[in-house]
Design a protein around this ligand. Sequence first.
Ligand code: DAH
Length: 420
Amino acid sequence: MLGFNSARNKAGVQSEDTINVCGQEYTKDEWTNVTPNILSKTSRKLHLHQSHPISIIRQRIENHFATFKALNRFEPTVTTKMNFDDLCIPADHPTRVKSDNYYINATNMLRAHTSAHQLQGLESGATKFLISGDVYRRDEIDSSHYPVFHQMEGLQYFDMDPEITAKQVQDDIASQAELAANTVQLVDDTLVKPENPIQDRHAPEAAQAVVAHLKHSLNSMVRALFKDEPNLQVRWIDAYFPFTSPSWEMEIFYQGEWLEICGCGIVRQDLMDAAGLQNKIGWAFGCGLERLSMVLFDIPDIRLFWSEDERFLSQFAAGEIVKFKPFSKFPPCLKDISFWLPEKDWNENNFCEIVRGVAGDIVENVTKIDDFTHPKTQKRSVCYRITYRSMDRNVTNEEINAIQEKVRSTVEEDLSVQLR
Ligand code: DAH
């Protein structure tokens, strides 16, 4: 594995005790789990490259919400308070676990969602704003999961008053231009109900008006984005987020399955209070930009977004949505690795992280192909198949063998497994 203590990367130089992330020095501790591979992504800022698909979708959403203030330049380093506490995520909530996040140290991390900046947005004085940025999560490895992706957050608020809120909402909707007819099919059979309740602090009339505004806003955003996709099916489902109530998700039907594209809801009043907006009521949403781009541009593998290959980049131009024309793929190279698991502390994401750390973007997929427990010893053995394939060049067998050897020795050392 890239020696963590001594590695250099674009994002900075690392020493034994400190780590430099986005130009700032942090003291390492037992929470530190960012890797040089991940830190090298923080300087890419794909959402700001005019003619990159991620940026094109960002701009489309910004054009749709033309009166919103666009905040696109927050650094991905945030405090755990911003990422969790400010959003009413309890101290013992499972989303905080080390194995799902990239921690710089116990109190700082790479943001796991753009919601981490909601409070800053509220404090900026804007009554409606969008926030885009790169977000980081430890995850499995396949064509739709990558440890860095991009989100667009949106938030709008109104005066909280049973008389005024509904009027403000109506006026705002009336002021918006009608969309041209298209074939997007929207299904929403969600209702506000006790399991997904209006907050105690909200008068039902005011909350219902803001819910209607949220649904109108997101439905028209989806209609606008997908206006040229024939018969796209979109649905609303109930959801839960600690920072909204009620909460929903929007899903689109794509290649035979429902894909979540967006989470949303009525902002928890505690959050509005924290920004000094006790008498305002708002909605918020967060959308994954890769998901939207993969559908709109027909991009089959999430790693392509990171490609610096001209055959990829030259296909796109600012403002335009075109279908990606696949260029010939280089052949894959498959390698299996089997080992006995340690008695405790086994976590698949830690394994995937090692593979990524060693192989970088050459790893396309990691799939468990065998899992058995020895009947006598009760020891558990697993086998993973790793698919290596470069997006932009041929890899040699020697090169992959060397990577695989390094994966084996690192896994053995760092995860206390017993290789087979
Ligand atoms: N932050 C959520 C996520 O990453 C998405 C989200 C849900 C954002 C609801 C919001 C929201 O602003 O209101 O899964």
